[in-house]
Write a protein that binds this ligand. Sequence first.
Ligand code: IFM
Length: 767
Amino acid sequence: MGMDYSKIDQWILAEDSFDPVHLGKCEAVMSLGNGYMGLRSAAEERYVGETRDLLINGTFDRFDESEVTELPNAADVTAVELWVGGERFSLDQGSCTGYSRELNLKTGELTRRVEWTSPKGDKVGLVFRRIVSLKRLHDIALTVTVTCLEQPVALKVRSGIDARVTNTGTQHFTEGEKRFYEKKYLQLLETTIESGITFVVNAVHRFALNGQPLELDTDVNIDRRVLYADYTVDLKPGDCFTVEKYANVFTTRDLDCAGKTVAELQAQTLEDLKTSAALGYQALAEESAAQWQLEVWDRAPLDIQGDENSQFDLFALRFAQYHMRLMLPRHDNRMNIGAKGLSGEGYKGHCFWDTEIFLLPYYMFTDPEAARKLEEYRYLSLPGAHRKAKENGYRGAMFPWESAWLDDGETCPLYMGTDILTGTPIKVWSGIIEQHITADVAFGAWQYYAITGDQAFLDDYGYELIMDAAIFWASRLEKGEDGQYHINDVVGPDEYHEHVNDNAFTNYMAQWNLNKAIEYHDELKAERPELFQRLDEKLNLAEVYPQWVDGAAHIYLPQPTEENILPMDDRFMQGKEIDLTKYKEQDFVAGIMKDYNLEQIQGIQVCKQADCLVLFYLLEDEFPPEVKRASWAYYEARTLHDSSLSLSTHSVQAADMGELDMAYDLFRKAATIDLGPYMGTSDAGIHAASFGGVWQCAVYGFGGVRMLNGKLRIEPKLPKGWDKLQFTLMWQGQKLQVTATKENVVVENLTGTKPVTFTLNGTEIQA
Ligand code: IFM
């Protein structure tokens, strides 16, 4: 098995051989979903080492006090086991003379074709098709077609609902009712142990022989955490037998089930299943594909033309768009986007700063309505942020580094990975001291407003969120002997350096947050007395305002050295320099952790990921070009890109500096984080933020797009191999289409109901 780029056309991701050692990669990169649920693409037949995940967004459960809350792995409906002439179909045995698995990004359909001869010599052709509907958020549909190729065979099919799955061993559910209705419809209930969410899972099968519907005798079985049916059919050479399986999943946490009793849900979801099954697989697949076209490909079309590599680049961007839709809870503002989307158990479904800094730009510029939901989530999770602040002795909103359900507060696990020296689990400090997240969330709210012009959002949520975050920062500042305010003992974005003081990213962003709160306070006090009063009552503005003013004026901000390098904290530049070549060239991440433990790494000038470089593009105007250039060179030499968030930032900065070859090289590396040849990297799930990063490389980097101080800037500079880059941007309700070639740039206002003013290559114009 391997990823063969020559097989990648503009829409199809293909796997052309099967290796049971590398199951995780394709399960994750080829996963299906719709933001409500994510379904890993484990095969219909089972394999040792597979991870069969069905994750329903927002259904968090905390199994035990000693564990953190996570998305529970719901009952599996995708397993369909076959016995051909009495022998179990598995690519582990017999011989396979043809194999392909293809994910069609355009339609969201997964297709697998196999020609298999059993150990005894029975030969069959198998075609598996599968969708998670983008139209009907609760629906999964699949078909298995078996063609009898040589001698007659007896075929047995076993298929059902299997709740024996776990989250790497942790069982989040108590078993509920299991039942066959009319010997045909399967229903299983399970309830999360701590959060008490009931899942209702239904399935039904339909059969056809040579295109004609077929009724088969059913042998029904109910067992512990499972119910399934066995079906048998005799096939002669040339016969083509199809199993269609329709399934749906609902939970008592779903907004569209609000107010329903479990019994009502059982009845209603069964009816829904009947409706879907009556439509048939093809119709469901077609309406889902139409929804993909409408929601993604028409909404945010992208095009790149150029040399032979540019076609892979376009594919990589579409792959990113595909996954960014899979992970997006467009239907519900009480949940956000996990660092692995819904494609695996990694990071337990928790969201991070990944959302605001890496993913939100894509959504704000292409799907503002969805972006609003992500921002509303942060507002709704203020109770958790207040709780965290209180627990840590601060005030205001201290947003969790890892966030799950609205009032959970911090959900970052305390330990992760192995300390190479002590042999003990490594303590994760991020949940306690990686505090820049609070400013990132505030920045996200402001960005959303500036790009969309959604004043109602600011009135209802944004002002309060930004001010509440500023209250946290005012309480967090520590007065130093120099009379300035410091933020000591933090982890900045670069997680290889813990317990540092005055991390540049944290301090500058905290100051930005304080200043934004001051600006809004003054504005509202002067112009919107009613709203001001409401906020004053909630946040006690009279008391906190002077603290903001004092904090913003006297916070210590690291300054560039004589060589124009911005020190990322008070320690990094005094660290030991070591030869990093070995780690930079390794084809896996975090190789340095095999030679040094984190304590030792603290003393080395090595970064896991971009730190102050992120600052340079969030607060672009604060730093002169010579500082960005010198700092980029200094940090790039010392950065291992051991986080998937890193490469895109370095690429965008390189493009900003006009270093287009370097920018392109980094973009290609970012684009292959999940698509690349390193088979183990996606086992726990895809890298959500890197998809936003890849889009940013193209649109922010080569497209030169930025929202700066509330204004839109476009300044395209295409890499050598690209002749044309075309994309759309939603700006304050208007859809702009940008077409850039090496010679010129055309910006067209496709909505055209209001002129948009922006800067194009330094000149202010309107479209
Ligand atoms: O948020 C990131 C962090 O910056 C690096 N470690 C992984 C997290 C989740 O993607």
